[in-house]
Design a protein around this ligand. Structure first.
Ligand SMILES: NC(=O)c1ccc[n+]([C@@H]2O[C@H](COP(=O)([O-])OP(=O)(O)OC[C@H]3O[C@@H](n4cnc5c(N)ncnc54)[C@H](OP(=O)(O)O)[C@@H]3O)[C@@H](O)[C@H]2O)c1
Length: 332
């Protein structure tokens, strides 16, 4: 099968498409024929060693897993003897290491669910990463119902997911901050109040919020502190300059009424099932910026690394047969 592989860490050019052996599902695994995958900031961060200590998990000298990618959508091709939840022919989506590939094996109990019927494979592949990271990063601020939440970096993968989850699932009062070109899109996702970061500085408009979520890790607790209500929480998706956020989180836990927190993203099956329900109910939609073919993975990765994508970047892995999936619906 064809897959995007990399034998070493480094720039996007270390990625190449190669023929590798097709995996065989174990008893508790399903084999998915992948039709669509993505390139995410997590993929690029792990490959480029943006955080050098991530090597402790991914391999100290070279990557332990040589096939790139994590998000997938496709059709179940084979199931292990002990699998009961999925059958051959099911359309599925989720998160699994090595998803930039024509086939991937996923544990039945892993982050995999039936694909929402109204989404194409390409749309479904763009759902899990941003939404599952957003759900887990927001957890320190729970419960969110009725709270005023400002989302900074609202047009990214985590940002577009966060705005929708806050508006349509948590029923919070959302204010979003995005770049000029994405203001309308972010409004359409459920934020009635969207500030254009190039024209309005939220820290200077006198408004305060229960929660400020920095979904791109480009703001700071220090600068946004005065925009937090007493006992307000600043959550950031990034470790910050010199990885200072964990220490800051510890200090603000004991000093002052306003707290800083590092949003720790996790991929959990129960969250994928929740997001699938939201998609089915018309309360969540993936935002896709660009779609590339598997062979264009280096170009796709370079684009993701600009840090300027809107929503998600999809990789078309293999064509679905005619009539296998609905017409694309998601627009932005
Ligand atoms: N905490 C975790 O567990 C976890 C897990 C995975 C990833 N992350 C981190 O989460 C962050 C967001 O990931 P993502 O995939 O959502 O990012 P993304 O999709 O690449 O974010 C792109 C968006 O960020 C905006 N942006 C870029 N620079 C900005 C700035 N200085 N100020 C405000 N907005 C800016 C861009 O707007 P413009 O077009 O105007 O530039 C664009 O809309 C990344 O830093 C990633 O490493 C955290």
């Amino acid at each position: 099968m064809r897959a995007v592989v990399h034998d070493r860490y480094g720039p996007p050019d270390v990625l190449r498409v190669a023929e590798v052996e097709r995996p065989v599902p174990k008893d508790d695994e399903v084999l998915v024929r992948v039709h669509a995958s993505t390139v995410t900031r997590t993929d690029t961060g792990l490959r480029s060693l943006e955080y050098p200590f991530s090597r402790l998990m991914t391999g100290v000298r070279r990557p332990k897993r040589t096939i790139a990618g994590m998000e997938f959508a496709g059709r179940v091709e084979d199931v292990g003897a002990a699998v009961t939840e999925f059958r051959v022919g099911d359309d599925v989506f989720g998160i699994a290491g090595g998803a930039n590939s024509e086939y991937v094996t996923v544990r039945e109990s892993g982050v995999i669910a039936q694909k929402p019927t109204g989404l194409t494979y390409e749309e479904a592949a763009a759902v899990p990463d941003g939404s599952l990271l957003a759900l887990t990063c927001l957890r320190p601020a729970a419960p969110l119902r009725g709270k005023s939440v400002l989302v900074y970096g609202a047009a990214g993968s985590i940002g577009t997911a966060t705005v929708q989850l806050l508006a349509h699932h948590f029923e919070a009062e959302v204010t979003a901050v995005s770049d000029t070109k994405d203001v309308e899109l972010v409004q359409s996702l459920g934020a009635p109040d969207v500030l254009d970061r190039f024209h309005e500085d939220f820290t200077k408009n006198g408004k305060t919020y229960d929660v400020i979520f920095d979904a791109v890790g480009k703001h700071s607790f220090r600068r946004s502190r005065r925009s937090l209500k007493p006992r307000g929480i600043y959550i950031t998706a990034d470790l910050g300059f010199m990885y200072h956020v964990p220490l800051l989180a510890l200090v603000t836990r004991f000093a002052g009424s306003k707290r800083a927190k590092l949003g720790i993203g996790r991929y959990r099956k129960e969250d994928l099932l929740l997001v699938k329900e939201l998609v089915d109910a018309g309360k969540y939609r993936p935002v896709i910026d660009r779609t590339y073919t598997l062979d264009e993975v280096v170009e796709a990765t370079r684009y993701v690394e600009t840090g300027q994508k809107t929503g998600n970047v999809v990789l078309r892995v293999s064509e679905a047969a005619a009539g296998e999936q609905p017409e694309p619906a998601a627009k932005h």
